[in-house]
Design a binder for this molecule. Sequence first.
Ligand SMILES: [Zn+2]
Ligand SMILES: [Zn+2]
Length: 274
Amino acid sequence: MPSDFAVRFWGVRGSIACSGPRTMRYGGNTSCVEVRCGERLLIFDGGTGLRYLGNGLKGPVDADLFLTHTHFDHVAGLPFFKPFFEPKNSWRLWAGHLAEGTTLRRVLGEFMMAPLFPVPPQVFRARMEYREFKSGETLRPGPGIEVRTATLNHPDGATGYRIEYAGRSLCYLTDTEHVPGAPDRNILELIAGADLVIYDSMYTDAEYGGYVGWGHSTWQEGVRLCRAASARRLAVFHHDPEHDDDMLDAVAGEVAKELPGSVVASDGLVIKLD
Ligand SMILES: [Zn+2]
Ligand SMILES: [Zn+2]
């Protein structure tokens, strides 16, 4: 089994896509992350970045797409993902945040519905499986791949993921709000000793006071969580659309000082876990 384990960012924004010269370097697409575990492809979230990922996927694909939740910024790319229209492909879509009795298929059907959208999910020609689970369960999408999950603190719910492969671990935690001074136990448990933690860093600690209850966190809380859980590196993620490249450069400088090896995620960034 090949031991390559890598993550590639296709969308790093929160809330809404933002194009233009002020956000050109870090990118303006909403949440979408590609994870490669050897030959297997796992995708986390279907924000606007998903469309670009899809344009480069060739040949029959059999893969899994995990949603943290179904807010617009995390599903907006799904109707525009070309590999869903290819009959030779097989996709499993996973969600762990939905209330009892709600299915992912139904939620997607309500999102892709006239007059909001011209065609329903039935236009997808690939073999599509919609799978619900309960945050907290462990999933096994392929040989040697373990995906642990945990409940995040977000309006309408959200699921955090930890992917274990070839003795290394990557965590994907967005969207989630912290309580200042009381580190989230679910998160500490999930990220314990992880090699890389991708974390909801929508705000700075200085900004956070103006957004209590909005369901997001700060890069400084990400650093505190990583330190408390002995996680190695942080990737600052889910940037506020108002945070321009210069501002994110400043965060990048600070976070690398606080936790060496940490970065601010940008569209196109690849991190190899070795
Ligand atoms: Zn979001
Ligand atoms: Zn959200």
